[in-house]
Design a protein around this ligand. Structure first.
Ligand code: SF4
Ligand code: SF4
Length: 303
């Protein structure tokens, strides 16, 4: 089972929920930080890292002595990352999505694969919880290609699990995904493979507005969704009215309390900060499992 922890905006407590859930999850789990632009799940989980690799993306390199300026590559590229300008073929590596189409289509074989560094993928574990994250290189704009490679690494980690899972005594690992905030391409990319989406929000006008956007964006995926209200007690009741109107289950409320803010400020996993919080997250874990098991539960058809 893959659980995506998402939010319409940053700062709602998405990573707080991801780390706390991973800490109470009662079966083998991989905590995966797909918020590759600003990964910070490791700051809470504090895993021991055991491996890393540089993520590269294939980009075209032109051999001007072979290129006949036919323009076929330029016509093909939707991103204008390779462009025929008069009698000059120019490449813009930072705009390339690495599809390889131009290299494949070039009739003169004038394009060869070069590479651009996207960032780094690291993995490790904290006790029984395995950990995986991607970190985008500073200045790199393209997070989905790196996210794809983080998912490939997850597949390798799961492969190990599934090989083991052929033995009846081993349970395949669940995955808790700390997704990027917002509703743009990286957020969609992060939640698209999940079995259940948990939207983390707060009862403020900004929280309500951005959660509506996230709910609308993710609804067409037809996945079970539920809501965690962070800083409950702050703001007004609009978030509850929206969830009620849309048949969205509120799976947990994290109270707006000084003790929680202090734990957060000290990098303490919230579910480990008190028995009360542990109980809240144990209940949340149970509700997520029920929701994942009840296909389409809480999903409202698109209006
Ligand atoms: S398709 Fe090949 S030959 Fe044609 S412009 Fe592009 S690189 Fe040059
Ligand atoms: S690899 Fe794809 S995205 Fe990159 S320049 Fe070629 S066609 Fe464009």
């Amino acid at each position: 089972m893959k659980i995506a922890i998402a939010s319409g905006k940053g700062g709602t407590g998405k990573t707080t929920v991801s780390s706390s859930l991973a800490a109470v999850w009662d079966s083998p789990v991989i905590a995966m930080d797909l918020d590759v632009e600003e990964p910070n799940l490791h700051l809470f989980l504090n895993p021991g890292f055991i491996g890393s690799r540089t993520a590269q993306m294939e980009i075209p390199e032109v051999d001007p002595s072979v290129c006949n300026l036919c323009g076929k590559c330029s016509d093909l590229c939707q991103f204008k990352a390779i462009s025929l300008m008069g009698k000059v073929l120019m490449t813009f590596p930072e705009m390339c999505h690495g599809c390889g189409g131009c290299i494949a289509i070039c009739p003169e074989k004038a394009l060869t694969p070069a590479s651009r560094e996207l960032g780094e993928i690291s993995w490790g574990h904290k006790g029984d919880t395995e950990f995986l994250m991607g970190r985008l290189r500073i200045g790199e704009a393209m997070s989905p290609p790196l996210m794809r490679q983080v998912k490939e690494r997850l597949g390798e980690m799961q492969d190990t699990s599934s090989t083991a899972a052929t033995r009846k005594d081993v349970i395949p690992k669940d995955v808790i995904i700390d997704a990027p905030p917002g509703v743009s391409c990286p957020a969609i990319n992060a939640v698209m493979d999940s079995d259940v989406i948990v939207l983390v929000t707060e009862p403020t006008p900004f929280g309500v507005y951005d959660m509506k956007l996230a709910h609308e964006a993710f609804t067409p995926m037809n996945k079970p969704m539920g809501v965690v209200v962070n800083r409950a007690g702050l703001g007004n009741s609009e978030i509850y009215e929206y969830c009620n109107a849309k048949n969205l289950d509120i799976l947990a409320e994290i109270p707006y309390e000084r003790q929680i803010a202090e734990a957060y400020a000290n990098g303490i996993i919230i579910s480990e900060s008190s028995d009360k919080m542990k109980h809240i997250f144990l209940e949340l874990a149970e509700k997520i499992k029920q929701k994942a098991g009840s296909k389409n539960a809480g999903v409202v058809p698109r209006e």
